[in-house]
Write a protein that binds this ligand. Structure first.
Ligand SMILES: [Zn+2]
Length: 419
C-alpha cells in the first residue's frame, strides 16, 4: 500500500508540473488586437463625458450615446455567433434627494450574453460611466480612458474573439453604469442575479487595467497586474486566474492581493461578493492619481486627466488575454466538487479526503487533489485521481487541501478548499 502510494504520487506530480494548454484557447487569444482595444477606448473618450447624470438624448455625447454604441458594437458580432450571442439593456431607477446622485434617473446596464450549452454562468464586469474631480459635474470633459475605458475595451475584445466558440458555461458580459456614484449598476445586477437564482460560477470585474506608471514614485512596469480577492471561493477564483493567465500569456505576472479591494475604494465586484457570489477584481499594478477622476488640465507643468495617452494598450491586451484564458478554461471545465470531507477526528499522519461529483458542467474524467503548506499562498502539489476519495501520506496538520474536477479534454474547474 505504502509502496503503491509513493509510486503513484511521483508519477502524478510529474503530470502536474507540465503546463497544459488548449490550442483552441491559444488560437482565440492570438486574435486579440491592441489596435481594437485602442479604437474602443478612443470611441468611448469621444462621448465627452459618461457621467451618470449626463445627457441620454444627445446622439454623440453623454452616457446615453455610450450605451447605444456599446449595444450596436456588440450587435455587430451576433451574426458570427451561430445564435449564441444576444444583447439587451437592463435599466434601473436610482438616485434622488439624499443619495449621491442629486436627481432621480434611469440608468442602463448593457448585458451581452454568450450562451453556452448549460445555464452555468460566468459574469465578466466593467463599468462604462466616468467622472472628474467634482462628482456632481455632469458636463465637463470626463474621458475615462483608463477608468474604465480600459475595462470596457477588455470586455468588448473578449466578446469579439470568443463569439464563434461554443462552450459549456454561459458567459455574461456586463457593461455597468452607476459605478462612480456608489456601485449602483452592479448592485442592481447582483440583486437581479439573486432574485432570478442565477447559477453563477464566477464574477470577474475589470476596472482600470491600462496604467503602467505610478504617480509620485514613478515606477513603470507593464508586466504585472493585480487580482483582489476575499478569502474562500473568491480566492480560489483568483488563484485560477493566475494559473490560467500565466500559462497562456507571455510576460505577465498575475499578483494576488489577499484583500477585497484597495484602501478607501471599491469596485463593482463588491455588491456581488456581499450577496455571496464568488467575485474578484482585476486592476493595474500601478495607479496614477494625476489621471484618475481628474479634470483635464495642466497645472504647474503637470498634465492631469484620464486621457488615452495614459493607457498602455499592449498592457490592456495582456489582461484581456488573461481574461479569455481564465473564462474559456472555466467555461469548458466541469463544475465544483461538492461535499468535500476530511476525516479530522482520526489521529493519523495520513489524510483521508472524500467528495461528491460536481452537480453540473461537462463530465468529469478525474480530480486534482491540491496541497499547500499552511504558510503558502499558492497550491504547491497536485495529485491526479479518478476516484472520489484519496488517502495521502501528508499530515492534515501541516497542509491545506483542495479538490477540483478535470474534464476529458484536460480543463480543470475551480478548487473547492477543504474547510
Ligand atoms: Zn473605475
Amino acid at each position: 500500500m505504502k509502496y503503491f502510494l509513493s509510486f503513484f504520487l511521483t508519477v502524478s506530480f510529474s503530470i502536474g508540473t507540465v503546463a497544459q494548454t488548449d490550442k483552441n484557447i491559444r488560437r482565440t487569444i492570438s486574435q486579440i488586437a491592441s489596435e481594437n482595444i485602442e479604437s474602443y477606448i478612443h470611441t468611448l473618450v469621444g462621448f465627452h463625458t459618461r457621467h451618470n447624470l449626463s445627457t441620454q438624448t444627445d446622439p454623440n455625447k453623454g452616457i446615453g450615446a455610450a450605451a447605444r454604441w456599446l449595444h450596436r458594437e456588440i450587435s455587430g458580432w451576433i451574426p458570427l455567433s451561430d445564435g449564441r450571442l444576444s444583447v439587451e439593456n437592463v435599466t434601473y431607477k436610482t438616485g434622488g434627494p439624499g443619495t449621491r446622485l442629486e436627481r432621480q434617473v434611469e440608468l442602463t446596464n448593457v448585458m451581452a450574453v454568450l450562451k453556452g450549452t448549460t445555464d452555468r454562468k460566468i459574469l465578466v464586469l466593467a463599468h462604462y460611466d466616468s467622472r472628474v474631480n467634482d462628482n456632481n459635474d455632469s458636463t465637463s470633459f470626463a474621458p475615462g480612458a483608463n477608468d474604465n475605458g480600459s475595462g470596457v475595451a477588455c470586455l468588448l475584445e473578449s466578446i469579439r474573439v470568443m463569439v464563434d466558440t461554443p462552450m459549456d458555461a454561459t458567459v455574461i458580459f456586463l457593461f455597468l453604469s452607476g459605478e462612480e456614484h456608489g456601485l449602483l449598476g452592479a448592485a442592481a445586477m447582483a440583486e437581479k442575479a439573486l432574485e432570478e437564482n442565477w447559477n453563477v460560477v464566477a464574477v470577474i470585474n475589470y476596472d482600470m487595467i491600462g496604467n503602467t506608471e505610478s504617480s509620485g514614485t514613478g515606477h513603470r512596469d507593464n508586466s504585472g497586474n493585480r487580482v483582489f480577492s476575499a478569502e474562500g471561493m473568491s480566492r480560489e477564483l483568483a488563484r485560477y486566474i493566475k494559473e490560467t493567465g500565466e500559462a497562456y500569456v507571455d510576460n505577465l505576472t498575475v499578483h494576488l492581493n489577499f484583500r477585497t479591494d484597495r484602501y478607501g475604494r471599491g469596485g463593482d465586484h463588491l455588491p456581488f461578493l456581499s450577496k455571496g457570489f464568488t467575485a474578484v477584481r482585476v486592476s493595474e499594478y500601478h495607479e496614477n492619481y494625476d489621471r484618475t477622476h481628474q479634470t483635464v488640465r495642466i497645472e504647474e507643468g503637470i498634465h492631469y486627466g484620464d486621457l488615452l495617452t495614459g493607457v498602455d494598450v499592449e498592457y490592456v491586451r495582456k489582461s484581456t488575454a488573461m481574461n479569455v484564458a481564465a473564462v474559456m478554461n472555466l467555461a469548458k471545465a466541469p463544475g465544483i466538487p461538492t461535499r468535500v470531507v476530511m476525516n479530522a477526528r482520526e489521529l493519523s499522519n495520513y489524510t483521508k479526503l472524500t467528495w461528491d461529483t460536481p452537480e453540473d458542467g461537462p463530465s468529469v474524467a478525474g480530480y486534482y487533489v491540491l496541497l499547500r503548506k499552511t504558510d503558502q499562498p499558492l497550491w504547491e502539489k497536485k495529485v491526479y485521481v479518478e476516484d472520489n476519495s484519496i488517502t495521502l501520506p501528508y499530515s492534515k496538520d501541516n497542509y491545506f487541501f483542495g479538490i477540483c474536477a478535470v474534464g476529458s479534454e484536460g480543463h480543470r474547474g475551480l478548487v473547492r478548499p477543504v474547510e
